[in-house]
Design a protein around this ligand. Structure first.
Ligand SMILES: C[S@@+](CC[C@H](N)C(=O)[O-])C[C@H]1O[C@@H](n2cnc3c(N)ncnc32)[C@H](O)[C@@H]1O
Length: 281
């Protein structure tokens, strides 16, 4: 945009008042804290959306988001834009070593249910998938299922597509890259896709951790709940953690990020390694 056109069509500015009301809505619906320092980030993430909708001001956007007939539909877009999706394959690798050496080693047979809560674009769930698939090859009596959930529909679609830039899979060990990743050709050159056998083993579902009940059909043996509660305030962290714990089977393991902590002492958990907890029987 030239300087002249910029002057003729000034960029909408997010006022403090509009920010506060959007921030309140985000905290109430997603649990995510929105301190004043996030104002410019929120403004820049929403500007393109205003443009797509042909809206001139953030107040108009807020009316659409909160009071219009299409409010619910717009809220989905808004949640996609406002949530932070940074993730990686083999992020915090010590957790995957713990899973392989301390949990799976003792399970030559049986059925394991794993949940990546706040799974973003699927890298965490597929990392689990590769490790579990390797284990089941060597142990025919062993089976597993993996669930990935997130509040953002757009990011869940990306997780289901399972297509990633080649440089993103650098942390995946070579043997697993050969076994579980397909290299793109022509228009997909430079991209890789998770192999269908692995994609079929991972289910993705929209779930807002703020909902009072999680629609899960069974208790989980392993829950990865990492780099999500860091965005929540303390009461929300405690409430969501207690919901997560209710869905962990006795003896099951909960993994949180190394940068997070569990402050509540009321939970039936014992710490077994840095940022790894076991539910008491
Ligand atoms: C930073 S990513 C973490 C991804 C992965 N767990 C990891 O550690 O790499 C945080 C994810 O939590 C999701 N999220 C935030 N608030 C949520 C909520 N209330 N319910 C469910 N998911 C939420 C976001 O959409 C985002 O994809």
């Amino acid at each position: 945009m030239t300087q002249e056109s910029h002057a003729a069509y000034p960029m909408p500015q997010l006022s403090e008042r509009d920010f506060n009301s959007l921030a309140h809505f985000v905290t109430e619906r997603l649990g995510i804290r929105m301190p004043r320092v996030k104002l410019l980030m929120v403004q820049s993430r929403l500007l393109r959306r205003l443009h797509e909708l042909g809206l001139d001001t953030f107040s108009d956007y807020q009316d659409l988001l909160l009071n219009s007939q299409s409010a619910e539909q717009e809220q989905r877009h808004f949640f996609d834009l406002i949530t932070t999706h940074k993730t990686d394959f083999y992020r915090e690798p010590a957790h995957f070593d713990f899973l392989a050496q301390r949990i799976l080693e003792k399970l030559p047979k049986g059925h394991l249910r794993l949940w990546s809560a706040g799974c973003s674009s699927g890298e965490e769930a597929y990392t689990l998938g590769m490790i579990l698939a390797d284990h089941s090859v060597c142990h025919p009596g062993f089976s597993y299922e993996i669930l990935g959930t997130d509040v953002s529909q757009r990011i869940l679609n990306a997780a289901r597509d399972a297509i990633y830039p080649e440089e993103h899979v650098a942390p995946v060990p070579l043997a697993q890259r050969k076994r579980y990743l397909l290299r793109g050709k022509d228009s997909q050159a430079g991209m890789v896709r998770i192999a269908p056998e692995l994609r079929q083993r991972v289910e993705f579902m929209r779930l807002n951790l703020m909902d009072p009940r999680f629609p899960l059909s069974a208790e989980m043996n392993v829950i990865f709940f990492r780099n999500v509660m860091i965005y929540f305030d303390r009461p929300t962290q405690a409430r969501v953690l207690s919901g997560i714990c209710r869905h962990l089977c006795p003896g099951g393991h909960l993994f949180i990020s190394h940068t997070e902590s569990i402050l509540s002492s009321d939970l039936p958990l014992v710490q077994v390694a840095p940022s790894v907890f076991r539910k008491l029987a």
